[in-house]
Design a protein around this ligand. Structure first.
Ligand SMILES: [Zn+2]
Length: 167
């Protein structure tokens, strides 16, 4: 391939020397250098790079260069993707932090029958007076006690409902 042929291929592709250089990742002067040569060395680094943009004859070196270029673009994509995921994760952590610190209005029914207007404990739904401080049962005995209380509570509820059916 001659330099003139290389120039012809570039013009057919509708690219200026500057644009070809930009897309191939080499200098503009390198493009003009090879276009002035009587013979274009298809194994030259810059020519391999130009071959990734232009439709040059496929020598093994050109094929390799095309594959390497595609790999590089894929790697860049993967890096962008990874950076994006890191960004998303950071936002999630921010949301979790905000949620863990959020204080809402308690709203539990007070002895007056009105909703409690105190602020909840951070990250909880109820104020310190209405269970916001409670961790729930922790010891095995405590867990068993609350379980038994729940059993009795729902047994009473079922009994009431049955009797309600009869009347
Ligand atoms: Zn309250």
């Amino acid at each position: 391939m001659t330099g003139a042929e290389l120039a012809a291929v570039r013009k057919r592709a509708g690219l200026s020397q500057t644009e070809l250089a930009r897309q191939a990742g080499c200098g503009r002067h390198t493009v003009s250098y090879w276009e002035c040569k009587p013979v274009v060395g298809l194994r030259a680094w810059a020519v391999e790079r130009m071959a990734t943009v232009l439709d040059l004859p496929d020598t093994p070196a050109v094929t390799r260069a095309r594959a390497a270029w595609a790999d590089m673009l894929a790697a860049a994509d993967a890096a962008r993707e990874a950076a994006f995921l890191v960004h998303v994760r950071r936002l999630q952590i921010q949301c979790e932090t905000v949620r863990a610190k959020r204080r809402v209005i308690c709203g539990a029914r007070t002895r007056k029958g009105t909703p409690c207007r105190a602020k909840s404990e951070p990250g909880r739904r109820r104020c310190k007076f209405h269970g916001g401080k409670s961790t729930g049962a922790r010891t095995p005995e405590g867990i068993e006690r609350i379980r038994e209380a729940q059993r009795q509570r729902w047994a009473r509820w079922r009994l009431c409902r049955k009797e309600g059916d009869k009347t």
